[in-house]
Design a protein around this ligand. Structure first.
Ligand code: NAD
Length: 252
C-alpha cells in the first residue's frame, strides 16, 4: 500500500500536471493543485484535489502556495515543480521580457517553492522534490534559448537539493521527457511550423520525432507513473538523478 502524503503540484490545468494530480489523488494523497489559470479549479476538484490560484512568476505567490498547503493539510511532503511555458524565437529576436518570464516561472519559482517547502519536509525527516525538466535539460534545439537555459538550470537545482537533503530524508530528482501529448506541444507544433516554413505533420515527423527510436508522442499518464515512483517510499535511495522518458532520443 502507498503511504498517504501531502503533495503540492504546479501547472495543473492541463497536460502533465493534471495527470500527476489525478494519479496522486488515486493513490490517496492529499493534493494542492496550483495554477494561474482559474479553469484549474474545476480540473483539480474533479480529480479530488484542492486548488490554489497563483501566478508563479510572483515570488509571494510561490510562498503563498506552500503556506496554503501547510495550513490546509498540516504539512508538505511532496513538491512537483511542473508549471512551464515555451517561446520559440532565434536569440537575435528573443524578447527580453519573455526570457525573464520563462526564467522566473521555470527556474526561480521551483527554487522558491523548494525553499518554502524545505522546513516542512525536514521537520518530518521525509520529503520528495520532483522537477519536471525536459530532454531540453540535456540537449538544445534552435529557437528555445530561454527554455533550454531554464531546464538546464533546473538540473543544477535538483542536484544541489539532493546533496542538501541527503541526510534529512529529502530526495530531489528531475524527469526529462521528450515530446508529451499536451497543449504546450500543440502550440509548439504551430510555432515550429512557422519558424521552419513546414506543415504541422511534417514538423511532428521530421523535427519532433527525428531523433526518436519510438515514433510516437508520450502520454501525460506515462510521466505521472514515474513521478509516483520517485515520490514513493521505495525510491528513498534515488536522488540527484535525471530520469529520461525520451523515446530513445539521447541514445543517439
Ligand atoms: P501545459 O501547457 O499543458 O501545462 C502547463 C501548465 O502550467 C498549465 O496548466 C498552465 O496554466 C500552467 N502555467 C503556465 N504559466 C503559469 C504561471 N505563470 N503560473 C502558474 N501556472 C502557470 O504543458 P505540459 O506540456 O503539461 O508541460 C508541463 C511541464 O512539462 C513544463 O514544465 C514543460 O516544460 C515540461 N515538459 C513538457 C514536455 C512536452 O512535450 N509537453 C516535454 C518535456 C517537458
Amino acid at each position: 500500500a502507498v503511504t498517504p502524503r501531502i503533495a503540492l503540484v504546479t501547472g495543473t490545468t492541463s497536460g502533465i500536471g493534471a495527470a500527476v494530480v489525478k494519479h496522486f489523488c488515486e493513490l490517496g494523497h492529499q493534493v494542492l493543485a496550483v495554477d494561474f489559470n482559474p479553469d484549474g479549479k474545476a480540473v483539480a476538484e474533479a480529480a479530488g484535489a484542492a486548488f490554489y490560484q497563483a501566478d508563479l512568476t510572483d515570488p509571494d505567490a510561490c510562498r503563498g502556495a506552500v503556506e496554503e498547503a501547510v495550513s490546509r493539510f498540516g504539512g508538505l511532503d511532496i513538491l512537483v515543480n511542473n508549471a512551464g511555458i515555451q517561446h520559440v524565437a532565434a536569440i537575435e529576436d528573443f524578447p527580453e521580457a519573455k526570457w525573464r518570464q520563462i526564467i522566473d516561472l521555470m527556474l526561480t519559482a521551483p527554487f522558491l517553492l523548494t525553499q518554502a517547502a524545505w522546513p516542512h519536509m525536514r521537520k518530518k525527516g521525509w520529503g520528495r522534490v520532483v522537477n519536471i525538466a525536459s530532454i531540453h535539460a540535456q540537449v538544445a534545439s534552435p529557437g528555445k534559448a530561454a527554455y533550454v537555459s531554464a531546464k538546464h538550470g533546473m538540473i543544477g537545482l535538483t542536484k544541489t537539493a539532493a546533496l542538501e537533503g541527503g541526510e534529512q530524508g529529502i530526495t530531489a530528482n528531475a524527469i526529462c521527457p521528450a515530446y508529451v501529448k499536451t497543449p504546450l506541444v500543440d502550440n509548439q507544433i504551430a510555432d515550429q511550423a512557422k519558424l521552419h516554413g513546414m506543415g504541422e505533420q511534417e514538423v511532428i515527423e521530421n523535427i519532433m520525432l527525428k531523433n526518436a527510436a519510438v515514433k510516437r508522442l508520450i502520454e501525460p499518464a506515462e510521466v505521472a507513473q514515474l513521478v509516483a515512483y520517485l515520490t514513493s517510499d521505495a525510491a528513498g535511495a534515488v536522488t540527484g538523478a535525471s530520469w529520461n522518458i525520451d523515446l530513445g532520443w539521447t541514445a543517439h
